[in-house]
Write a new protein. Structure first.
Length: 276
């Protein structure tokens, strides 16, 4: 007994009988039963046909019938080669990387493109364990129906609670903003250098344009060496809860100047950007 049929029988024997026979009654009350193919039952119940590939490349064939490909590269990165897009109109293969150590590349046939919301390429990479890509052929290219971070535009900066217990690693289309140069041929930002927002402990602020850095010296509102001395506002780490001014000896004249610790209560996060 095929596995799919056996599973249906285990769940509901009566359902199995009704699914395997098409019961018809004519106008005279005569009953007839026609067998239904198992493939028709599987299609009706949308039971996915799953293939596991252990530590090897894999080529998806036009008529292999597989809906889900579980790739398990254990010794090296591996590649899934897509079939000809024009011969698989409407097909929706799902490719999942189940390896914790290596990456999976999805490769269109020849120069056939894999199109996301924001860019296209003839290859895509699944870099993290249990990441998946769901594709659909529309005759001239493969359209990505699902990928990690889908719906978030390239260039969006997000806060990532990296050190929180149980948090998983970043999807492969996000990187930390640590001042590094992007080296990823699949990214439209390939070759560009990111700002070092994490190493510099930067805050984000709204503006009509992006990328302008504001240093702590620009936060000083006033300095004076004579006369009344108003507080000097400086960028200072932390807030001790007391709002007590910190005395600062004046270089000349009498009196003292003071400033408050103005950075609000906060929590550190790792700033990350979507790059593809």
């Amino acid at each position: 007994m095929p596995d799919a049929y056996k599973r249906i029988y285990e769940l509901n024997p009566e359902l199995t009988l009704s699914l395997t026979h098409n019961i018809a009654v004519d106008k005279n009350g005569n009953v007839s039963a026609t067998k239904v193919l198992l493939s028709e039952i599987v299609a009706l119940l949308k039971i996915p046909n799953i293939l596991t590939v252990n530590d090897a490349n894999h080529t998806i064939l036009d008529n292999d019938g597989y809906d889900v490909i579980l790739m398990n590269p254990t010794s090296a990165d591996r590649t899934v080669f897509l079939p000809t897009v024009a011969d698989n109109l409407g097909r929706t293969p799902e490719i999942i990387n189940i390896s914790s150590t290596h990456r999976v590349t999805v490769d269109g046939e020849g120069a056939e493109q894999i199109i996301t919301q924001y860019n296209s390429s003839d290859t895509m990479t699944i870099g993290k364990q249990y990441e998946k890509i769901t594709l659909k052929s529309f005759g001239t290219a493969w359209l990505v129906e699902y990928m990690p971070g889908m719906g978030t535009p390239v260039g969006v900066i997000s806060s990532y609670h990296k050190s929180f217990t149980g948090v998983t690693g970043l999807p492969s289309n996000f990187v930390e903003m640590n001042g590094q140069t992007i080296s990823d041929s699949e990214s439209p930002l390939d070759g560009q250098t990111l700002e070092n927002l994490n190493g510099g402990g930067r805050f984000l602020r709204g503006s009509a344009t992006s990328g302008t850095m504001q240093n702590s010296t620009s936060l000083i509102s006033h300095t004076a060496n004579t006369g009344p001395h108003p507080p000097i506002i400086k960028n200072h780490d932390g807030y001790d809860g007391s709002l007590n001014p910190v005395n600062h000896a004046n270089a000349t004249g009498s009196g003292a100047r003071s400033y408050y610790k103005i950075r609000p209560v906060n929590m550190s996060v790792v700033l990350v950007m979507r790059i593809k």
